[in-house]
Design a binder for this molecule. Sequence first.
Ligand code: AMP
Length: 417
Amino acid sequence: MQTIDNFNFAGKKAIVRVDFNVPLDENGKITDDTRIRGALPTLKKILADGGSVIIMSHMGKPKGKVNAKFSLSQIVDAVSEKLGVAVKFAPDCAKAADAAAALQPGEALLLENLRFYPEEEGKPVGIDKEDPAYEEAKKAMKASQKEFAKTLAGYADCYVNDAFGTAHRKHASTAVIADYFDADHKMLGYLMEKEVTAVDNILSNIKRPFTAIMGGSKVSTKIGIIENLMDKVDNLILCGGMTYTFAKAMGGEVGQSICENDKLDLALSIMEQAKAKGVNLVLATDCVAGDDFKNDCNTMICPSGEIPAGFEGLDAGPESRKAFAAAIEPAKTILWNGPAGVFEMDNFTAGSRAIAEAIAKATANGAFSLIGGGDSVACINKFGMADQVSYISTGGGALLEAIEGKVLPGIAAIKGE
Ligand code: AMP
């Protein structure tokens, strides 16, 4: 596989898929530029080699239509400032051939939002899935998606994908475009390489013991990952809202807690699988329960299966926090996805904080720790501990699919799988 380090971009034009889907305030000002900063090493390497870059991205969900609210023109100045060159702008991503051809070494061109064209996502618009004509429309859209990808590919000599956040999508710019470059002229960017290595560290290159912490609201959304991890981990901490589905499955009373009554059998089967596979399953045995879903509600500490009516479990209790720390601190590989409580409310952060602190301690002792999934990243940032873990993934859905063991189309398209 070609790599960005081995490729000399001198005199070449590179089309680079980045994830510049940054949050904007009502005045179009960027409120968090993490994603732009994430792509800079790749863009700078190409320019430093003496190449030129055509940068492409999506922003928001314009659903195949031009919408000024999602125009990437709003971020040209910010990208120019961070990249250190005056970035040019192509107001129509599918009609940028001349602007691309005019680029000189060291110059950069940003294309307008790819999702202003329905071909980017490749889904037929304005037709219902139930409509008998849908299949035909889908076929036609796939054909025009190829044409769209070919147009983009025509702007450049080589293709770099550095958008991990969309790697789980088979879109024109994330996967289909790769068909128009040979193996020597397509590669992953630095951010993608880092993400792939991080996932590899927890899926294949595991140092033991391996502790995974799965939290969040529901067991149903995490089941694929939990089952895939069951074959790999030594300790599996299941916490957050799913605690109460387990507590109820074991015959407990969970009051008003979030609980998936149709997943009680699933919870029992996870417990059996863990036993059969020798995985140390750590559940939150006690909780901080509240009499309302509010930060300043009345609280009590009780076993997770003995929550009185009118109360709901909102955070892990002190006994659970100790058990979490005991399973995390000696670990050499750690994966954390999903908070242990309703961390958005300050009075229910203790469980997540205990996890973050134990991860920081283990990391200081040489463990590899990967934090991924929007909410656990928000948690680590809230606690100001982002620099105390090994790696924070930029991909939400993409990371979860990778951990489930799925092949990501964006990566497969480059590797030629
Ligand atoms: P997810 O998107 O499934 O990872 O869930 C994240 C959300 O789970 C966060 O917004 C948390 O507030 C929420 N959460 C964590 N613990 C609980 C709980 N005990 N009850 C209700 N929501 C919870």
